[in-house]
Every structure is written in structure tokens, then in C-alpha cells.
Write a protein that binds this ligand. Structure first.
Ligand SMILES: NC(=O)c1ccc[n+]([C@@H]2O[C@H](COP(=O)([O-])OP(=O)(O)OC[C@H]3O[C@@H](n4cnc5c(N)ncnc54)[C@H](OP(=O)(O)O)[C@@H]3O)[C@@H](O)[C@H]2O)c1
Length: 280
């Protein structure tokens, strides 16, 4: 049990929120890394990082918006130096599978002189019920520049369990856990499973990178469109069409299946909001 706090960077986000909750449920003290926390953490304001890391035993690092952006390696370099200075003894980095820039950031953490665990994840199930693609699901069309590529989507609950273990158990030091779900799924498979679970019709529309960029620029602005288009250009070439055993290696159990996630997400009503919420 840690008596000094564990910093969870991105503690209001998809992975960090679950990790902070699981740590607190297990009795650990958590310092919430958020721009709105009592000790704020802002990736845009390195001057605040020493205070956020002071007295911290271990830190979960989820970079925003994505390790794929060009400025990520410099930020991770600076963060690890400050963490070392602060005496942090374990860093757990959330990384993305098949991304060159994420790989650079992993190496920075590996070379930081701090004990570490790397959690290299495939695409999240929760992109479809709380992330970027929820709007597409509600609109009935998931338009992606992914052709028939299959991705081993993963449940964030599995990522959170791996991260919590890595933050709290010494045996995960120095490990790289490549974490995927148990099945390769095309976006057409995903649309079909969400349709079946939710009772609404969701289709997959394969689009070009140019079409994807144009649609996303209108919806989320040019910066997000540039970032996600570059990411899709990089990873949707078949490189990630394989399963990996990181969840089993870290936790001794199999990862959750997408069909179970779909059933549970459908039961919350997120895919069938009242009509007024859809048009708001
Ligand atoms: N989505 C995927 O399928 C996928 C797959 C593999 C890896 N990843 C990796 O997952 C990471 C993101 O993790 P996530 O999905 O858990 O996070 P997230 O839900 O995208 O966001 C995490 C938090 O970032 C915070 N944030 C926004 N701007 C910030 C800033 N300038 N400084 C500090 N915090 C800021 C927000 O918290 P506050 O508003 O409270 O500050 C937000 O709650 C990325 O690095 C990506 O590479 C994603």
C-alpha cells in the first residue's frame, strides 16, 4: 500500500478516471492530474509539473491529445526529468500500438532512470460510447479511412486493471504490456455488433483519408482533424492486425470481449438517448 500519493495524469479522462477510482477503492491515495485539480496539471504549462509530482510515489501518464502529436516526445522528456528530480519511483505510460511517435515516448520513459511499465494499447471499445466515435454511432454511420482493416479493440477496464497493477505491484517493473482485446474486428464488425446490441441501425462507411479529414475538420476543428488523419494514415495498413497477450501476462486472465461491452453499453441507454438529447 502506498502512503504517498499516486499521480494519475488525465484523471478526468477515459482511462485515468477508471484508474483513479480503482486505486481509491483499493485504499490508495490518489492525486488527480487535471487542469482543474487542487494542484493543477496542464500539459501546456510545464511550470506546474514540479508541484504536481512533488511527494508522489508513482505516476500514471496518459498524454493529451495523443502521443502521436509531434510535441509529445519533448513533453515526455521534460516530464520524466521532473519526475526523477521529484523522486518518483514508478512511471506507467499509456502508449498506442503501432505508432512511431508513441514508440519514441516509450523509449524516453525506458531511458529515464525511473522504474517503469509500458502499456501499449490497441484502439479502445469506449471510443464508441464515450469517445470520439459516439457521435458517429448516434448518427448511424461510422465513417473511417480503414477499409477492411481489422483492429483488436480493447476494453479500457482491462487497461485500467493493468495500469493499477503496474502502479501498485513491484513485479510489473520494466515490463512492456502490449494489450489488445481477444478478437480482431473490422469497423463493419463493430457496426454490426453495436446494431445488434442497441437495436438501432449503425453502418460502417469506408472513406478516403481526404474525406475523413474534411468531415472531421467541420466537426472537431482542423488540429484534431490533422492529428487523427495522420494517426489513421499511419496505423491502418494492417500492422496492428494481430492479438497480443499483455492482459493475460499482467493479470493472469483473458481480456473482455466486445460483445459483452456492447451489451453493457446498450443497457446504459447511451446509444438510445431521448430524442431531445440527440438534437440538443
Ligand atoms: N482512443 C484510443 O483508442 C487510444 C488507443 C491507444 C492509446 N491511446 C492513448 O490514450 C491517451 C489518452 O488517454 P484517455 O483516452 O484516457 O484520455 P482522454 O479521455 O482523451 O482525456 C484525458 C484528459 O485529458 C485532459 N486534458 C485535456 N487537455 C489537457 C491539457 N492541456 N493538459 C492536461 N490535461 C488535459 C482532460 O482533463 P481535464 O479537463 O480535467 O484537464 C481529459 O479528461 C492518448 O495519449 C492516446 O495516445 C488512445
Amino acid at each position: 500500500m502506498h502512503t504517498s500519493p499516486i499521480l494519475v495524469i488525465g484523471a478526468t479522462g477515459k482511462t485515468g478516471r477508471r484508474i483513479a477510482q480503482k486505486l481509491e477503492d483499493a485504499g490508495h491515495t490518489v492525486r488527480h492530474g487535471s487542469r482543474n485539480a487542487a494542484i493543477p496539471f496542464d500539459w501546456e504549462d510545464p511550470a506546474g509539473w514540479p508541484a504536481a509530482l512533488e511527494g508522489v510515489s508513482a505516476a500514471y501518464v496518459s498524454y493529451f491529445p495523443d502521443l502521436a502529436v509531434p510535441q509529445a516526445p519533448a513533453a515526455i522528456t521534460q516530464l520524466t526529468a521532473i519526475a526523477k528530480e521529484a523522486g518518483v519511483t514508478r512511471l506507467v505510460l499509456l502508449s498506442g500500438r503501432g505508432e512511431a511517435n508513441a514508440r519514441r515516448c516509450e523509449e524516453i520513459v525506458r531511458d529515464s532512470g525511473i522504474d517503469f511499465t509500458l502499456v501499449r494499447a490497441s484502439w479502445f471499445f469506449q471510443n464508441f460510447d464515450e469517445g470520439q466515435l459516439l457521435g458517429s454511432v448516434l448518427g448511424g454511420t461510422i465513417a473511417m479511412p480503414a477499409g477492411n482493416i481489422r483492429e483488436p479493440f480493447i476494453d479500457i477496464e482491462d487497461i485500467a486493471d493493468v495500469a493499477v497493477a503496474a502502479l501498485t505491484e513491484a513485479r510489473h517493473g520494466g515490463q512492456l504490456y502490449e494489450v489488445t482485446g481477444p478478437r480482431l474486428l473490422s469497423f463493419a464488425d463493430v457496426a454490426a455488433e453495436i446494431s445488434k446490441a442497441s437495436g438501432r441501425t449503425v453502418n460502417y462507411l469506408p472513406v478516403t483519408l481526404e474525406q475523413f479529414h474534411a468531415a472531421l475538420s467541420d466537426e472537431a476543428g482542423p488540429q484534431m482533424a490533422d492529428m487523427l488523419t495522420a494517426l489513421c494514415r499511419e496505423v491502418f495498413d494492417g500492422r496492428n492486425e494481430s492479438l497480443s497477450d499483455g492482459v493475460r501476462r499482467a493479470l493472469g486472465r483473458e481480456p473482455h470481449d466486445f460483445s459483452v461491452f456492447c451489451r453493457d453499453a446498450a443497457a446504459t441507454g447511451v446509444w438510445n438517448p431521448p430524442a431531445e438529447a440527440r438534437t440538443a
